[in-house]
Structures are given as structure tokens and as C-alpha cells.
Design a protein around this ligand. Structure first.
Ligand code: FE
Length: 222
């Protein structure tokens, strides 16, 4: 370290020692690059050098996917509840069915799994954090946590109970492991006493977590 540098460090230190402790604020910019970051940056540079992507394509794509919310998934579920023919098409191909509702959910195949009185479905990605971002937006922090990923597979009913979801012993609980090539969405059961609700009102009952399967859809007064 040169004298210059050590002097700068000292000045930096001095700036922060003014009588009260500061919370540690981890600055990811100061962390060494991870293997994935190095690979991603190299790939981006390569694509850019070959003229396959323009500067800014990457960040605008990231912004686009970051703008997604569970509202699209909720709209799809509500349509399934009100239109059995649409529900059937969702069962065959979620990606093309979503396009009918003018949703762009990307090209990764999404498979819909429908809850019934006999079967409750719940999603996980045991390896990392694969998730139907196109329909549900960013995944919640707990979805990516090691605790959820490992425990929901071995003791799904216990984990569901921690979400306040109690599944009857007569109902089978099935856990679906998402991958980079295949994502899932849970079609929850339509709550009782919602016959009079319009499709938009039904969509408001469809939460992110009930499309992951950690909760169930509740009626308006439940
Ligand atoms: Fe994953």
C-alpha cells in the first residue's frame, strides 16, 4: 500500500469516527465478484461485441422483468375460475393461454397445477430460486431461503401450518420442484360464496402466496 493510499484510508476512517457507532452497511460493490457475476459480465460483453445485443438491452430486460407483479397471475386464475374452457387451455399450455390475456410471460414453459379438495399443491425450487416471474413477479425472500427450500420437501404440512395453512389429512399435499426449464403456477380453489363476484373482484382474492401454494384463496369476508 502506498503512502497516498494509507493516508486516504485514514481520512476515510476519520470521517466515520465522530462519536457514535454506525450500523454495518454491507456494500455489494465492495465484495469480490462471484463466479456467476464474472460469467454474466463476460457473456454480456461477448454478446455485445458480436453485435447480438445493444448497450442497455440487458438492463432494460432486467427492468422489464422487475416490473412484473402477481396481478397477472391473479387475472389468469380468476379467468380460470369463470371460464372452464380457458381453464382447460391453461391446463394444456399456460404460455399460450396467458398470451390470450395479452400477457407476456416469457418462453420458459409454465405448467399449471390445479388444487382440488383431494389435492393441495405447493411450489419450491430446491436447487436455487426458479419461479414463474412472468406471472408472479419477483419471488419473496423466503422462497429463496435454504430453510424453505429444504423443509417444504421433507415436512410440507408443518411448513404450510407456519403460513397459517392447515390442510386436512384427507387431502394429499404434493410439492413441485421448479427448474430453469420448467416453472409452475398453482391454480387455487375458488373460495365458497363467490358466485356473485365479477372476474376483477375474484382476481383481488388471488394472492401471490396462494399461487405458490403456501396459502389458499379466501373469500372476501374470511
Ligand atoms: Fe432454481
Amino acid at each position: 500500500m502506498s503512502h497516498e493510499d494509507s493516508h486516504k484510508d485514514h481520512a476515510e476512517e476519520h470521517k466515520h469516527s465522530h462519536g457514535h457507532p454506525h450500523p454495518q452497511q454491507p456494500d455489494s460493490e465492495d465484495e469480490p465478484y462471484s463466479h456467476e457475476q464474472v460469467m454474466a459480465t463476460a457473456l454480456e460483453e461477448l454478446l455485445s461485441d458480436k453485435g447480438l445485443i445493444a448497450a442497455g438491452d440487458m438492463s432494460s430486460a432486467l427492468d422489464y422483468w422487475a416490473s412484473k407483479t402477481p396481478a397477472d397471475g391473479a387475472r389468469l386464475v380468476a379467468r380460470c375460475w369463470t371460464d372452464p374452457a380457458f381453464a382447460k387451455r391453461v391446463g394444456e399450455n399456460v404460455n399460450t393461454a396467458a398470451a390470450e390475456l395479452d400477457m407476456d410471460i416469457g418462453t420458459t414453459p409454465v405448467v399449471a397445477i390445479t388444487n382440488t379438495p383431494d389435492l393441495h399443491n405447493v411450489l419450491v425450487c430446491t436447487l436455487c430460486s426458479c419461479y414463474p416471474i412472468g406471472l408472479l413477479g419477483e419471488s419473496p425472500g423466503w422462497y429463496k431461503s435454504r430453510a424453505y427450500r429444504s423443509r417444504v420437501v421433507s415436512e410440507p404440512r408443518v411448513v404450510l401450518a407456519e403460513f397459517g395453512t392447515h390442510i386436512s389429512d384427507e387431502t394429499e399435499v404434493r410439492v413441485h420442484d421448479s427448474t430453469a426449464d420448467l416453472r409452475y403456477i398453482v391454480i387455487p380453489m375458488r373460495p365458497e360464496s363467490t358466485e356473485d363476484l365479477r372476474e376483477e373482484e375474484l382476481a383481488e382474492l388471488v394472492t401471490r402466496d396462494c399461487m405458490i401454494g403456501t396459502t389458499v384463496a379466501e373469500g372476501p369476508e374470511q
